[in-house]
Design a protein around this ligand. Structure first.
Ligand code: ARG
Length: 423
């Protein structure tokens, strides 16, 4: 009996060619695994394609609910946005696909798993690291990293073997999508000076073609998880799909990010992430209302670490488990409703309320009911300023400039006269 490998299969050219390439170069039977993360593709069509390209079995798993529950919403609670721009759709999908590859490999008695990533992106790292962590010793085959074919050679390879070349191969763009967002790279986008052509966008209209009337939505959260839209309970998957569509119609969620890849390259990426944009904004607004200043401040540090570890493929790490414990604890009172206005490419928070709101009107008001103790202020200011006044008296740098405190960290170049050669 031939050995078996489970290949993560999208239905695109790379993974279709991979089926045949693995058979020819490794002599293994290929089982494909297509994971539905809400990418909105025809899954029956993909299954047929896998079989006609030579797979011995084509598995399809609807993982949308798991994706939202275990990956997307935890990342939302964590405020995980890579470099302050990218809500991490692809990066969140990879560890889940890796996990399902490992599970299916076990079910099928496969000796290896495979994916279609090239050797210069982040996704190969995310797959490989996740697989190693979940199933140490399981072999990984990455055909597109190993075969060293150019695009043209790959198409030629496919044609010779009657593997259908998708019509989208005419498109210069490389696209990945799931329900948390869509990523577009390559083609004219490789020039960071070039404005993205309208054709790269599929989920969002351009702001100047958005409706002239604003639309309001109310999103309710329980412990940091969105649970209702306009007071109607809704599942995470449905909510995300719905907000993608509503906010996309208002031109919200276009992101043009010049990002730092893990593998050391800067790359220009266009993202469409309407739901992620709206939900992160709303979640942040609810935290503004319900977290203490200190927790909010510390959480912003955690958010940054969290987004980096997701981006860097370390979802299944101990650091993640530890940060998750902090995030979960921080979400205890992040319950309430945020009112958002969607208008011409902008989503603004226009209302917020929570049973655990830390906003106190008697303390905040400038009106008659003011309960803030004004007489306590001068004492507070005195102590607050104390160390600074002490310093000003003895060092008085506020009055005198400090030319000697040069910020340079490199000593000046050594003069010729200082270089003495021994005779
Ligand atoms: N740069 C993003 C990331 O590393 C998206 C990559 C998605 N791949 C693509 N072919 N567009 O997560």
């Amino acid at each position: 009996m031939r050995e078996k490998v489970v290949l993560a299969y999208s239905g695109g050219l790379d993974t279709s060619v991979s089926i045949r390439w693995i058979q020819e170069n490794y002599g293994m039977d290929v089982i494909t695994l297509t994971v539905d993360l809400g990418q909105g593709k025809d899954l029956d069509g993909i299954r047929d394609k896998a079989l006609s390209a030579g797979a011995c079995k084509a598995v399809v798993i609807d993982a949308r609910e798991i994706f939202v529950k275990y990956f997307v919403f935890p990342a939302l609670q964590a405020g995980a946005i890579y470099e302050g721009e990218y809500p991490l759709a692809t990066a969140l999908g990879r560890p889940l696909i890796a996990k399902l590859l490992v599970d299916v490999a076990e079910h099928e008695g496969a000796v290896a798993v495979a994916h279609g990533c090239t050797g210069k992106g982040n996704d190969q790292v995310r797959f490989d690291v996740s697989i190693h962590m979940l199933a140490p010793g399981l072999r990984i085959i990455a055909p597109a990293r190993e075969w060293k074919m150019s695009r043209a050679e790959e198409i030629e390879y496919a044609r010779k073997r009657d593997i259908p070349v998708p019509s989208t191969e005419g498109s210069p763009y490389s696209i990945d999508q799931n329900l948390w967002g869509r990523s577009i790279e390559a083609g004219v986008l490789e020039d960071p000076w070039v404005e993205p052509p309208e054709e790269v966008y599929e989920w969002t209209v351009s702001a100047d073609r958005a409706p002239d009337q604003p639309q309001y939505v109310e999103i309710s959260f329980e412990k940091g998880i969105p649970v209702a839209l306009d007071s109607t309970p809704i599942t995470g998957v449905d909510l995300t799909l719905k907000i993608n569509s509503i906010a996309g119609q208002h031109g919200i969620g276009r992101i043009d990010h010049l990002e730092n890849r893990l593998v050391g390259i800067k790359s220009r990426e266009i993202y469409e992430a309407p739901a992620a944009t709206v939900l992160h904004r709303a979640h942040q607004a609810l935290e503004d209302l319900t977290l203490s200043k200190d927790t909010a401040r510390f959480k912003s540090i955690v958010s940054r670490e969290y987004s980096d570890l997701i981006y860097n493929g370390l979802w299944f790490s101990a650091l993640h488990r530890d940060l998750r414990a902090f995030v979960l604890s921080s979400q205890q009172y992040v319950t309430g409703t945020i009112r958002m206005k969607l208008f011409k490419g902008v989503c603004s928070v226009v209302g917020r309320r929570s049973p655990y709101s830390l906003y106190s009107l008697p303390l905040a008001t400038y009106g008659q009911d003011d309960q803030f103790d004004h007489d306590a202020a001068p004492g507070f200011i005195k102590i607050h300023a104390l160390p600074h006044l002490t310093q000003a008296k003895t060092q008085s740098f506020q009055q005198k400039p400090m030319p000697e405190a040069s910020p340079s960290i490199i000593p000046p170049k050594i003069g010729k006269e200082s270089i003495k050669t021994a005779k």
